[in-house]
Design a protein around this ligand. Structure first.
Ligand SMILES: Nc1ncnc2c1ncn2[C@@H]1O[C@H](COP(=O)(O)OP(=O)(O)OP(=O)(O)O)[C@@H](O)[C@H]1O
Length: 221
């Protein structure tokens, strides 16, 4: 569970959030400039809140006395542009977080391959990111985030870089993958189709303020 109770002054308004994100997917929806990315960055530890508290399960990540650095939060963040390492092949990209933890090559390659297989892109293991389509890059970014076994997953507009035809197929794959996870997932979007696909729990944000909107879980058939 992620708990966020923060107030942070931004250029035109104050981001004022009191929310908890339980296991499973919560969609964070709102127009451009509403504060969605700033909230994700606050959870990830990339932006420090002006005041308040950020907590993951029993651990305080941010408050007046604490600031746990992003790397030590064990929270995976998939950026809008995916931010893959261009000089590494797909396998090395996906294994990167494990390498940083000192896990031996054979083991991290095996874990990375498992995720590539789950996401249907194992044939791309030795390709470089520049040789991939947008949908393939998106899946590599997700595989990289999940191979790390994060305690929470943050997705910022995960499908916005894809063309509409690819978007629907990748969205379905990602929904199936996320459905099997046992950690909180926060998915930021301003695309109503994402809300239909993932929107069992939706929080709307506008000018830094949340308004809850509860939807019935969509049919998975
Ligand atoms: N470090 C900062 N200091 C002051 N203001 C900021 C800072 N970062 C972002 N802002 C402002 O906060 C507001 C919210 O930005 P944010 O990127 O969180 O919105 P968003 O909902 O993610 O938008 P988009 O959908 O366009 O990505 C914007 O007006 C932005 O200019």
């Amino acid at each position: 569970m992620i708990r966020v109770e923060v107030r942070t002054h931004l250029r035109e308004f104050t981001l004022t959030i009191a929310a908890t994100f339980d296991r499973g997917v919560t969609v964070l929806a709102g127009p451009s400039g509403a504060g969605k990315t700033t909230l994700l960055r606050t959870i990830a530890g990339l932006t420090r809140p002006g005041e308040g508290i950020v907590q993951l399960d029993d651990a305080i990540l941010d408050d007046r006395a604490h600031h746990v650095r992003p790397y030590h939060r064990n929270i995976a963040y998939v950026f809008q542009d995916y931010a893959l390492f261009p000089h590494l092949d797909v396998l090395a990209n996906v294994g990167y977080g494990l390498a940083a933890r000192g896990i031996a090559r054979a083991h991290r390659d095996a874990v990375a391959r498992t995720w590539l297989e789950r996401l249907g892109i194992d044939r791309l293991a030795h390709a470089r990111p520049r040789a991939l389509s947008g949908g393939e890059r998106q899946r590599v970014a997700l595989a990289r985030a999940l191979a790390w076994e994060p305690r929470a997953l943050l997705l910022d507009e995960p499908f916005s870089a894809l063309d509409p035809a690819t978007r629907a197929a990748v969205r379905r794959t990602v929904r199936e993958t996320l459905g099997a996870l046992d950690v909180p997932v926060v998915l930021v979007t301003h695309d109503e189709a994402d809300i239909v696909e993932f929107g069992a729990r939706v929080l709307r944000i506008e000018r830094g303020l949340l308004s809850p909107e509860t939807r019935a879980a969509p049919s998975t058939s």
